[in-house]
Design a protein. Structure first.
Length: 312
């Protein structure tokens, strides 16, 4: 698709030009290269882990920690895989669910990317299980690295600058980091307020790296893709704008159709979704209300096109 084709699709998908457009962005792996951030933060654990298990085993645990994350990301992004790989991914997903069964029973949710649980499984797979205090210390170090070394996609910064220049309302919707603290009995505990506080620190820090936004909505304890989470998001936006729901349209942007786009399209009649599939070579229409792109520059070109169309 050309930028002109994208412009035409957007005009067809948002048929109410009289309504203001709110842009709602996922963060991890949409605005930030969270997968690369994870790899770097996981590597930073090796020296600390080596003190208790030796350098070779620490390196193995770090590698497995990176791999477990990458495999679960395939599940999250619904990436196409063969049947054998899919069975392996489902087995891993079930192990993650089993490790947080107590939390799931209490809070009614399961999260794939709790780093405490992923590192616990990685160490277990390498035959060097971590004591609760060792696991807690390692994951605290990991998240400190993630906070201090964000990798923001340059195309995301360019797009948000463009939206800022147009005074378009921008909001973030981001899943919980699932800070499941290890307990002395080998299980895991969850404090939604503490988990949300830790994630908000990361969101606030992004403003120093070109990610400008009005407000962020964080999935603790209610998370994407539930209707409850998005009801809170849209109610919060309506209150922030002073406009009732139904008096603004929404463009939801994310890397997962299931987590970021499907529910907004179901809840908001005047909504469209943009699925950001990094490295996809061209924009592609997924449906009359969903478009996939390889990077956000493709969407910025659409915004440039609308400005030229209005003589701007």
């Amino acid at each position: 698709m050309t930028p002109e084709d994208v412009t035409q699709w957007m005009r067809s998908a948002l048929p109410r030009p009289d309504l203001p457009v709110v842009w709602l962005f996922d963060v991890d792996d949409t605005l930030t290269d969270t997968q690369s951030m994870h790899h770097r933060a996981a590597e930073s654990l090796e020296s600390g882990l080596a003190a208790s298990m030796g350098a070779d085993r620490a390196s193995s645990v770090s590698r497995r920690f990176r791999t477990v994350f990458d495999e679960l990301l395939l599940v999250h992004q619904q990436s196409p895989v063969d049947d054998e790989r899919l069975r392996s991914l489902r087995e891993l997903e079930e192990r993650v669910r089993d490790a947080q069964r107590e939390i799931s029973e209490k809070w009614g949710t399961t999260r794939l990317f709790s780093r405490e649980i992923l590192l616990h499984l990685a160490a277990e797979d390498c035959g060097v299980p971590l004591a609760p205090d060792e696991l807690r210390q390692a994951v605290d170090h990991y998240w400190d690295h993630m906070l201090k070394h964000p990798l923001v996609y340059p195309d995301a910064v360019r797009m948000l600058r463009k939206l800022e220049s147009r005074r378009a309302p921008v909001y973030l919707m981001t899943s919980s980091d699932a800070r499941y603290r290890p307990k002395a009995d080998g299980g895991f505990g969850y404090d939604p307020r503490a988990s949300r506080h830790d994630k908000r620190r990361r969101m606030v820090n992004l403003r120093e790296h070109g990610i400008r936004y009005a407000k962020s909505f964080i999935g603790d304890p209610t998370d994407k893709p539930s209707e409850e989470f998005f009801d809170l998001v849209f109610s919060g936006i309506a209150e922030d704008l002073g406009s009732p729901r139904g008096e603004f349209s929404v463009v939801a942007v994310g890397d997962s159709y299931r987590s970021d786009i499907q529910t907004p399209l179901a809840l908001v009649e005047e909504a469209v979704g943009i699925l950001c599939r990094r490295k996809q070579p061209a924009a592609r229409v997924e449906s009359d209300r969903a478009l996939s792109v390889g990077d956000l520059d493709m969407v910025t070109e659409y915004l440039d096109g609308t400005e030229r169309g209005h003589g701007g």
